[in-house]
Ligand binder design. Structure first.
Ligand SMILES: *Cc1c(COP(=O)(O)O)cnc(C)c1O
Length: 396
């Protein structure tokens, strides 16, 4: 037998982390790596947050899992907090981002079909989007690399260019149920939508009675410098998918919706065995305790500004390697002039710096939101050394 016990769907690198220490990871061989990948924008509190660890430990010893057939004081409390913090009136908890997006897609379809409009099922989605790896969420993306081998896709998605309002308007037809969009594309290369685009989608949704569904799985939960990124666009969605940072490393996601948007999500229409269990709720509460306040968010913005200023200044030293810095808050991307995977591997293997590659030749810089000046200094040192040695390698 040549297949590995761990299904070989990832090209895993040689680094094998075994322990976390705040904003660093320690490998099997004892080496320390600066973690500006954070589990791909997940570990927003780093790896040693006492509040998060304590909450999980206490809840694990009290009550880990019960069925959603029972009343949930834990779920009610966290849902109420999310309702108070956002546009939403109601919340469905999931275990992952893809499940949150699935619930969002179902909520948007049910909005129409609950009212008898059975032909309204199509969501307009955007080129280079990433919404997850389930059949529904790969069908929602135009990225063929995720489709290959898994056909047929689910019907009901129409792809148009990102940030192109005219294309979105032209795509509206009799079957359109709404728009599904990342306010800041993550996997696609840290590309923020323009204000005019998101505001235009909101206006089109209002005009045509469509659902505006935001996928904030990567950009949400303080990462962009506001609790959710939509706040920076002066709009509110009807439905929003959130995950990644919301559990701080514990598997947790949620679909948030207004009362109107959730009119089809009635008893018996949706469910999850694990979703919203007391252990996950304890993790979510601990994350909100840490991040859902003005002081934390202001600190994310200030930290991001410092990091961005350093990066902007630095990339000018290597005009053949770097093109631009983009993103919002600590969801940052450095666009390269070369394919980024080699550079990301070089930073990791030769400079013990962890980042993540993304689409459009981007290196994603998505550190824990609790980094301080010392981590920025260490990051810039490693990046400078990495850029210098990479050029040497390239020309050797
Ligand atoms: C990561 C991600 C998802 C999928 O989340 P999973 O937890 O891997 O299922 C969906 N949408 C966006 C924008 C993401 O970044």
């Amino acid at each position: 037998m040549s297949i590995t016990p761990l299904m070989p769907v990832y090209g895993r690198c040689a680094f094998r982390p075994v322990r976390g220490d705040h904003c660093h990871l320690i490998g099997e061989d004892g080496r320390r790596y600066l973690d500006f990948a954070a589990g791909i924008a997940v570990n927003i509190l780093g790896h040693s947050h006492e509040g998060l660890i304590g909450a999980i430990q206490r809840q694990a010893a009290t009550l880990m899992h019960v069925s959603n057939l029972y009343g949930s004081p834990q779920g009610e409390h966290l849902a109420q907090r999310l309702v108070d913090l956002t546009f939403a009136d109601t919340v469905f908890f999931t275990n992952s981002g893809a499940e949150a997006v699935e619930c969002a897609i179902k909520t948007a379809r049910a909005y129409h079909q609950h009212a008898g409009n059975d032909d309204k099922y199509e969501l307009i989605t955007f080129h280079n989007a990433f919404h997850g790896r389930t059949m529904g969420t790969i069908s929602a993306s135009n990225q063929e690399k995720m489709h290959k081998g898994f056909l047929p896709l689910l019907p009901g998605f129409k792809y148009v260019p990102f940030d192109d309002l005219d294309a979105a308007r032209a795509a509206i037809g009799p079957n359109t149920a709404g728009f599904l969009v990342e306010p800041i594309q993550g996997e696609g290369g840290i590309r923020p939508a323009s204000d005019a685009f998101l505001q235009g989608l909101r206006a089109l949704a209002d005009e045509h009675d469509l659902m505006l569904v935001l996928d904030e799985v990567q950009c949400g939960v303080a990462r962009s410098g506001t609790f959710y990124a939509y706040e920076q666009y002066g709009i509110e969605p009807d439905i929003l998918a959130t995950a990644k940072g919301i559990g701080g490393g514990f598997p947790l996601g949620a679909c948030l919706a207004t009362e109107k948007a959730a009119r089809g999500m009635v008893v018996g229409t949706h469910g999850s065995t694990y979703g919203g269990n007391p252990l996950a709720m304890a993790a979510g509460e601990a994350v909100l305790d840490a991040v859902a306040n003005a002081e934390f968010l202001a600190n994310v913005r200030a930290t991001a500004e410092k990091l961005r200023a350093r990066l902007e200044q630095f990339i000018g030293n290597y005009p053949d390697l770097f093109e631009e810095v983009r993103g919002r808050g600590l969801l940052m991307g450095v666009k390269l002039k070369v394919e980024p995977r080699g550079f990301v591997a070089h930073l990791r293997d030769n400079h013990q710096l962890l980042t993540v590659s993304g689409g459009d030749n981007t290196v994603r810089v998505v550190p824990p939101l609790v980094i301080d000046d010392s981590h920025i200094a260490e990051f810039m040192d490693k990046l400078s050394a990495g850029a210098a040695s990479y050029e040497i390698e390239e020309s050797a």
